[in-house]
Design a binder for this molecule. Sequence first.
Ligand code: HPA
Length: 267
Amino acid sequence: MIEKAIKYIKSIDDKTYDYAVVLGSGWDKVAEILDVKYEINYSDIPGYPTCSVQGHKGKMLLGEIDGKKVILLMGRFHLYEGYTVEQVTFPIRVVHALGVKTIILTNASGAINKQFKPGDIMIITDHINFAYQNPLIGVKATEEYPIFIDMSTTYTPTLIQLAEKASKLNNTSCHKGVYLQTTGPTYETPAEIQAFKALGADVVGMSTVPEAILAHYLKMNVLGLACITNMASGISKTPLTHQEVLDIANTNKQKLCDLLRSIINLL
Ligand code: HPA
């Protein structure tokens, strides 16, 4: 299926791309800074899953940001939609085959760390995989791509430093911390959040980890950015809604856009 997808994309644009950004909930404004050369609907790409979540658009944009060749993936696939971990990570294999060496994974997250607040951004330094799904299960190891891989630098240290530098240049303060993924679709219980806190998680969300694992396995540089849309269950005084997540992400759009642009400029 990957071969068919690549063949189709190459029939539209046969250039190679250096960078890709997966745009999570609320990050779609970033598309405005891309000088779009080609726009491809996911539904037209053979083998590509389709998007069902409100706020996720379901298309691939190929173009340039300040002279850098970038693929934007507008909309991602989640385990909670019923996709397999292979489907969730299919786009990562596709952009890898298109030449991408550096990938930026963005998402919306709930804050467990009480120092954080809605509207803040966290650079992901590490993750806890409570989705318990791994895209490398069943993958045949090769000499070039072994499957027992070290995970201590999944989120590329030099990219973490670069993102910190970009945030300073941009006057946007960013936190750094640990992202924990659940499968969703339910938000967490207050007891789960307390447990996750004790385990060292700073934020919680329902995406990113399988993509980061596969990208790391494929030897790509990975940067993870979490936009904090709410305080996690039990820390927040009010019940969580998907609308609240979208609303905060919406008011924060310019900041996310500016940060991403500065990061891409420094790459
Ligand atoms: N929990 C899980 N996923 C999320 C949250 C949350 O609080 N906020 C945004 N995505």
